[in-house]
Design a protein around this ligand. Structure first.
Ligand code: TGC
Ligand code: FAD
Length: 406
């Protein structure tokens, strides 16, 4: 635990400092419903009140703010796009994207917590689980009474998950699970893990593994310079007995985890844009307040070029995710369209964060401003959920019909 930490003191000291105003140069808000805007406002208000005041402290300490899990449940950030019948939001994919944007506007690590829970833990249970599994896990995951994680990546299999070696055997009344997963968001604190492993026939299947099963451990990964407010760890399975009713019955093969990734990558395309919007907003404000050579730095052409290019890229990215949200809601979005949005929006966000950080000069490297934290966070976002290059290859295959992965 963090030493001498009093969260209330932190909240009192920093409330009111977050002056974020979202850029909307093309009036894209007009394309959203009143309900979308209402939900966005309530998440934005929560972020300003309860998250912005504490985030820098937790990121600097490299500690996950565990107390916010319940709050994220209360604001509806876990599985807003899944049916209300299971305690979820019953809303559309555009709403889900908007919520991810508001969270990542503050910190990618917090959006990670929410998108893993909603898209990578709740979604597979909803899509591929039995009715009993849905009733058992979804309401508690939606409310934040339970935290989940998603185990696909292994030490020797990252971009090529089909090569995974984690496996399970049928032992009659249970499955025996062995292997290890690496780089798993939420792992150190997760109550439950959705784990992808091969059966004796080499088919990939999903298993729900609960904390407390003998032989299951979740060591934390330390020393990250990125996503420091998000907990990352391993999942180690040493002869873990998994009850048979914990197998996800509705899918086999790599398309299981990849279907979940479609939903999570979609959320990231909105989320990373939120980080870009926050950096832009900060850079504009700073450019008007910082005086050098007798005038605000925003009065110099070179700084105006940076701001104009940032806003142009942000506006294009806003249009991209708005349209992708429509396609998702119509059930028409293709994996390649999602790859394009994830790849583009993370790239523009990284560029905006880097340019914005320079505009703040020395102040840009401090925790007084969010630039450096966003920039370092985005170095993970450009790698996870499929690297920048993997998404390019997915697009390349869509265009040419040729597989350039192997
Ligand atoms: P390939 O032979 O192409 O496909 C195998 C099967 O899967 C189907 N498929 C998909 N299904 C649904 N959605 C998609 N996006 C799909 N892409 C492919 C495909 O039709 C096939 O089905 P079937 O029925 O014929 O068996 O598979 P491949 O082995 O060649 O790999 C393709 C590749 C490289 C694109 C894929 O493996 C990939 O996307 N690699 C990147 C791995 C990745 O994204 N890992 C993410 C780990 S989770 C994570 O990072 C969480 S971060 C969390 C946070 O904190 O936010
Ligand atoms: P590698 O696959 O080893 O790739 C190394 C480099 O080679 C990359 O630049 C890649 O683009 C390139 N490359 C690979 N194959 C090709 C090719 N065919 N052609 C051209 N270039 C290629 N995983 C989970 O399962 N669950 C999680 O919750 C999760 N959370 C994460 C949190 C963080 C902070 C991080 C950093 C990662 C997380 N991941 C998670 C893992 C993440 O999905 C992987 O890191 C990612 O898929 C890349 O795998 P890798 O790191 O093994 O890189």
């Amino acid at each position: 635990m963090m030493e001498n930490l009093n969260i209330n003191e932190l909240l009192d000291a920093n409330r009111g400092k977050d002056r974020y105003i979202a850029p909307d140069f093309y009036g894209i808000d007009d394309l959203l419903s009143d309900e979308h805007k209402l939900i966005r406002q309530s998440v934005r208000d929560w972020v300003k009140k309860d998250l912005s005041p504490i985030i820098e402290h937790f990121a600097q300490k490299s500690e996950f703010p565990r107390h916010i899990v319940k709050q994220l449940g209360e604001i509806g950030a876990f599985g807003p796009q899944l049916p209300a019948k299971y305690g979820c939001g019953g809303m559309d994919y555009t709403t889900y994207g908007i919520i991810m944007q508001e969270l990542e506007r503050c910190d990618s690590g917090i959006r990670s917590t929410a998108s893993v829970q909603g898209s990578l833990v709740m979604y597979p249970i909803y899509k591929f689980g039995s009715e009993e599994q849905k009733m058992k896990y979804l309401p508690k995951l939606a409310s934040g009474d339970m935290l989940g994680c998603f185990g696909l990546t292994e030490p020797d299999h990252g971009s090529n998950p089909s090569g995974m070696t984690t496996h399970f055997e049928d032992k009659g009344d249970h499955y025996l699970l062995n292997g290890a997963k690496m780089w798993i968001s939420n792992a150190p604190f997760a109550d439950v893990a959705v784990v992808w492993a091969k059966d004796e026939a080499g088919k990939i299947k999903g298993l729900i593994v609960e904390r407390g099963y003998e032989g299951f451990t979740t060591p934390e990964t330390h020393g990250k310079w990125s996503l420091r407010a998000s907990a990352t760890g391993e999942l180690v399975f040493n002869n873990v007995k998994v009850p048979k009713e914990n197998l996800l019955p509705g899918v086999e093969g790599l398309k299981g985890p990849l279907t979940c990734l479609n939903s999570a990558r979609y959320g990231i395309s909105w989320g990373a844009l939120g980080a870009a919007m926050d950096c832009y907003d900060t850079a504009v404000r700073y450019s008007k307040e910082r005086i050098q050579f007798g005038k605000p730095i925003g009065g110099f052409q070179l700084q105006q070029k940076k701001l104009a290019e940032m806003l142009t890229e942000i506006t294009k990215a806003q249009l991209l995710v708005w349209r992708l949200g429509q396609l998702m809601d119509a059930g028409k979005a293709t994996p390649a369209q999602i790859s394009m949005a994830k790849r583009n929006n993370v790239e523009i966000a990284l560029n905006v964060a880097r340019e914005g950080r320079q505009m703040l000069g020395g102040m840009g490297i401090t925790g007084e401003f969010p630039m450096m934290r966003h920039m370092m966070n985005l170095e993970s976002v450009v790698t996870y959920e499929g690297t920048h290059d993997i998404h390019l290859l997915i697009l390349g295959m869509e265009i040419t019909g040729e597989n350039a992965f192997n």
